[in-house]
Design a protein around this ligand. Structure first.
Ligand code: AMP
Ligand code: MG
Length: 302
């Protein structure tokens, strides 16, 4: 048997295996995780794996197996942007401290060429940012055509921390729901596919993740004493999340609710949602803007 034949056989086996793993999604992630109006966020099971019945090992195997497709689709998107295309993808990650937003960026977004990613994390506004409306810094961070934009926290903080910490009067933050929807409709109309993921970690799992940060000198830097104060206000944050989901999940910018107590599932799920967004763009490869035969001849003559 030739080496070539064996390799092709191996590839077919790998594809079969991947196909079997994909079918462990009993319900597609886009359906299983999509925010359903009326859901009570307090009743969410943060260790559940909605839609997925394959368990951890199969989940990790599928996640790893899909890396090639993710990278391929990202390259197509980038090529499209380089040749006049207007499309982009924006992944919005919201979640309380330790929910795993950073892990999603490292492990999921980290699978694609960093040159095609526009990543931005949003903390308290700087003095310059505060001098503008809250959407100013967000507009500046939107992905250009061909890019995958990633927001680690986002303009939605304007109805989360701003509400809970009382940084604006209620009529002001209440007006943001409609403003956010209008803004996102405009962004979507300009060619950006928006995928919003709300990561939910349970109070117990959050305590244990924060405790880990206090046990390891190499994790101290991640620990923020303010996180404990935020924990004390968990019920208020849940109210804020509830209303954010109710008010800002739209057809052009739907929220997906991602249980985050099992890191492998968070990554599998967000990876799947990102893949779905990229697949739905149905990206081919750009046609050459030159005569390929002619260029081959010219090159051969050199
Ligand atoms: P981290 O994600 O751990 O870097 O923390 C970022 C911090 O910035 C969190 O405590 C957020 O609540 C806070 N933050 C994000 N956006 C805003 C905002 N618009 N106003 C005030 N604080 C914010
Ligand atoms: Mg933090």
């Amino acid at each position: 048997m030739s080496g070539k034949h064996t390799r092709r056989g191996d590839e077919a086996d790998a594809q079969d295996r991947l196909g079997r793993l994909v079918r462990r999604w009993q319900v597609p992630a886009t359906e299983a995780l999509r925010w359903r109006p009326g859901t009570d966020v307090r009743s969410l099971d943060c260790s559940a794996t909605p839609g997925w019945d394959g368990g951890r090992d199969a989940g990790e195997e599928l996640f790893e197996g899909q890396a090639v497709e993710l990278a391929d689709l990202q390259e197509r998107l980038f090529a499209d942007g380089r040749t006049g295309g207007t499309r982009s993808v924006l992944l919005v990650l919201q979640g309380l401290d330790t929910a795993g937003k950073g892990g999603v960026v490292r492990h999921v977004v980290g699978l694609v060429d960093p040159q095609g990613v526009m990543h931005r994390s949003f903390g308290p506004p700087t003095a310059e940012e505060a001098a503008h409306g809250y959407l100013w810094r967000v507009r500046n961070a939107l992905p250009r055509p061909g890019y995958i934009g990633v927001f680690d926290r986002s303009h939605h903080e304007q109805v989360l921390v701003v509400r809970v910490a009382g940084l604006e009067p209620e009529p002001t933050w209440r007006a943001h729901y409609d403003e956010i929807n209008e803004f996102e409709a405009e962004v979507a109309a300009a060619g950006t596919t928006i995928v919003k993921c709300a990561l939910f970690v349970s109070a117990d799992e959050q305590r244990s993740r924060l405790a880990q940060r206090l046990e390891r000198p190499d994790k101290y830097w991640k620990y923020d004493p303010g996180d404990v104060d935020t924990r004390k206000r968990l019920p208020e944050y849940l109210d804020a999340y509830q209303e954010m989901l109710e008010r800002t999940s739209t057809d052009v910018a739907p929220w997906y609710v991602v249980p985050a107590d099992r890191k492998w599932f968070t990554r599998l799920a967000v990876g799947e949602l990102l893949l779905d967004a990229l697949r739905s763009l149905d990206l081919g490869w750009p046609e050459p803007a030159f005569d390929v035969e002619e260029e081959r001849r010219r090159l051969a003559a050199t």
